[in-house]
Design a protein around this ligand. Structure first.
Ligand code: HEC
Ligand code: HEC
Ligand code: HEC
Ligand code: HEC
Ligand code: HEC
Ligand code: HEC
Ligand code: HEC
Ligand code: HEC
Ligand code: HEC
Ligand code: HEC
Length: 328
């Protein structure tokens, strides 16, 4: 899936790159031209951004910025946002540099005049800019009220538009290091003896969490733990542990109603199978009172049975197709 996506992206990227060559040769070859001094014809045509939106030329504006910001523009030409240059529907205000930095005509004429500067902008203002294009789709539709956003973690806490360190997704750092840079407690959890192998790259934080925000149950004023759901809207755990989903003829109500988290820790812990308790029986007895009645036949006949783990007999602890006692 991922590979196919990437191939497609490369393919589309290739087409866009070449159409860029055709529509905007001066941008691609710009590095070989003598640099325009400030206030030249190219730069001053930027003095009126409103006019610029009507000239239909996708390249003029980036070319203007390039005269002074050559490195950034050159790398921008290879970044995913270069694609915005080919979409002329929104005019210049939705294309290239100006899509993110706002109208730059005055600044190009006189660099002491500001454009939108992400280094001094508030996290809110930064995120709003990005969301002007990225608010749709299942991945991002909850971004405007994500817990990250509510805690001043903006898009540029994790992404960099000009100085990205990863090939994909323009991240400031690859996972899980990116997440650990703020979530130290979770780093410790994924070093526990029984854990999901996140550090080894087997699975990622973002397989289970939507760092951009999730729809779902409100707890106080935020959406619970930004945990993803599976495609069918169920617990994210079923995405990979499909055998635990059933359907079972005899369900263990704890799995269905209370969720995996009633018995397991999701990240990692000291107990085998990432269970909440080192002693399985203690786990079970959280919900099942050890009233003598329940094992009238098996237990009371043989005291040694009390020493056994409950799951020695109730082996199908996640659900059974044969017996309501979950013993086969
Ligand atoms: C005439 C040269 C020139 C042109 C053309 C130019 N810039 Fe700048 N730009 C500068 C200089 C010089 C600075 C550094 C200002 C400073 O450090 O105070 C700068 C700074 C910036 C910054 C940093 C934030 C800030 O406001 O200090 C951004 C973002 C920026 N330019 C974007 C653009 C964009 C987008 C364009 C095209 C629309 C553009 N520039 C065109 C010279 C130029
Ligand atoms: C998708 C949004 C986006 C686009 C498009 C974009 N920038 Fe930026 N720009 C940013 C962000 C965010 C920063 C803050 C630093 C970072 O994230 O890398 C920034 C920082 C800058 C800076 C400050 C210096 C630096 O190295 O960080 C300059 C100058 C700049 N951009 C110029 C440009 C020019 C020129 C273009 C067009 C070729 C452009 N930007 C296109 C978002 C954008
Ligand atoms: C806490 C870190 C973090 C924050 C904050 C964040 N992102 Fe991301 N983003 C990631 C990571 C990690 C990936 C790659 C993994 C994935 O696709 O889920 C990604 C992927 C993406 C992608 C490409 C895949 C896709 O979903 O289409 C886009 C676009 C994106 N982010 C935009 C944004 C925008 C816009 C914001 C701000 C509203 C933002 N991100 C905030 C970490 C973050
Ligand atoms: C003018 C609209 C626009 C704005 C504003 C914008 N983006 Fe994008 N962004 C795009 C488009 C178009 C793509 C390419 C999508 C594709 O390839 O399918 C993209 C792609 C991305 C990707 C995906 C890269 C990948 O490899 O998958 C990330 C991450 C991203 N943008 C983050 C941001 C952030 C952060 C901001 C704010 C600083 C921002 N964008 C602002 C239009 C925009
Ligand atoms: C196997 C799925 C899974 C993976 C992988 C995962 N998480 Fe979680 N995470 C969860 C679940 C489920 C919860 C909710 C636990 C609860 O509410 O008791 C959670 C809770 C959290 C919380 C809220 C505080 C807490 O501990 O309850 C943070 C922060 C968090 N995860 C960060 C991360 C980071 C960072 C990574 C990667 C290093 C990561 N998670 C990887 C499933 C996962
Ligand atoms: C720039 C710092 C920063 C980065 C990087 C970061 N986070 Fe967070 N994250 C926070 C803050 C701040 C909160 C809210 C306070 C808290 O719960 O610690 C938070 C909360 C969370 C929560 C808990 C939500 C809840 O309901 O309790 C999860 C889950 C989470 N982050 C996952 C991630 C993942 C996954 C990544 C990496 C892709 C990541 N974070 C990267 C700062 C960050
Ligand atoms: C992206 C896939 C994925 C998701 C989502 C996922 N897991 Fe896992 N899980 C794995 C893999 C792979 C292993 C095997 C780990 C190993 O061998 O290191 C595993 C192992 C486990 C184990 C330990 C098994 C053992 O014998 O020790 C438990 C328990 C577990 N997962 C529970 C959960 C729970 C609970 C959730 C939801 C919060 C969840 N998993 C979500 C992939 C996933
Ligand atoms: C009622 C408590 C309970 C609940 C709820 C529960 N488990 Fe378990 N799980 C256990 C016990 C106990 C074991 C160890 C079984 C053993 O030792 O034979 C286990 C073992 C596992 C294992 C490793 C062995 C195996 O069967 O593959 C995985 C993976 C697992 N559980 C995933 C999940 C997932 C995913 C969920 C949620 C859908 C879940 N569990 C819900 C109690 C529970
Ligand atoms: C989070 C609470 C919870 C935990 C922990 C839990 N259970 Fe349950 N279990 C239930 C509920 C609720 C039922 C539904 C039966 C009922 O109506 O009493 C149930 C049903 C059962 C049944 C079927 C009983 C019947 O009458 O059909 C068995 C057997 C069972 N559990 C064994 C275990 C074992 C063994 C463990 C420990 C590995 C365990 N349970 C852990 C909540 C829990
Ligand atoms: C030696 C095998 C064995 C062990 C060990 C065992 N059970 Fe059972 N359990 C059974 C059998 C057989 C039944 C059904 C017959 C009966 O009621 O005695 C049963 C019945 C149950 C029932 C359903 C009772 C009812 O009234 O419907 C529950 C709940 C249960 N066990 C939980 C547990 C828990 C919790 C533990 C661990 C503390 C445990 N069992 C240990 C064999 C065992």
């Amino acid at each position: 899936m991922k590979l196919a996506n990437r191939t497609l992206r490369l393919f589309v990227g290739g087409i866009l790159f070449f159409s860029g060559l055709i529509v905007a040769p001066q941008v691609v070859l710009g590095g070989q031209q003598p640099q325009e001094p400030p206030g030249s014809a190219v730069a001053s045509s930027q003095g009126k951004p409103d006019d610029a939106t009507t000239d239909g030329s996708a390249s003029t504006e980036a070319e203007t910025c390039k005269t002074c910001h050559e490195d950034i523009t050159t790398s921008f030409e290879k970044s995913p946002h270069w694609k915005t240059m080919n979409d002329t529907r929104g005019g210049h205000s939705k294309q290239g540099c100006e899509a993110c930095h706002g109208p730059g005509g005055d600044h190009a004429d006189d660099p002491s005049k500001p454009v939108f500067d992400y280094k001094t902008a508030t996290p809110e203002a930064t995120t709003d800019r990005c969301l002007s294009c990225h608010a749709s789709g299942s991945e991002h539709m909850s971004a405007s009220n994500s817990f990250h956003r509510q805690n001043d973690v903006s898009c540029t806490s994790c992404h960099s538009m000009h100085h990205a360190r990863t090939k994909e997704h323009m991240l400031v750092k690859a996972e899980p290091g990116l997440c650990y840079s703020c979530h130290l407690q979770q780093r410790a959890q994924f070093n526990m003896p029984f854990r999901h192998r996140v550090n080894e790259g087997l699975i990622q934080c973002t397989d289970c969490h939507n760092q951009h925000g999730t729809g779902g149950v409100l707890e106080g004023d935020h959406l619970v733990r930004q945990v993803r759901t599976s495609a069918s809207g169920d617990m994210v755990c079923f995405k990979c542990h499909a055998d635990k989903q059933g359907p079972f003829v005899f369900e263990h109500a704890a799995v269905r109603l209370e969720g995996c988290g009633s018995c397991h820790v999701a990240h990692g812990g000291a107990n085998a199978h990432m269970l909440k308790y080192s002693n399985v029986n203690l786990l079970c007895l959280q919900c099942h009172t050890n009233s003598p009645g329940i094992h009238a036949t098996v237990m009371d006949a043989n005291q040694s049975h009390y020493e056994q783990a409950c799951v020695n007999c109730h082996v199908k602890i996640h659900g059974s197709n044969f017996n309501g006692l979950l013993d086969r």
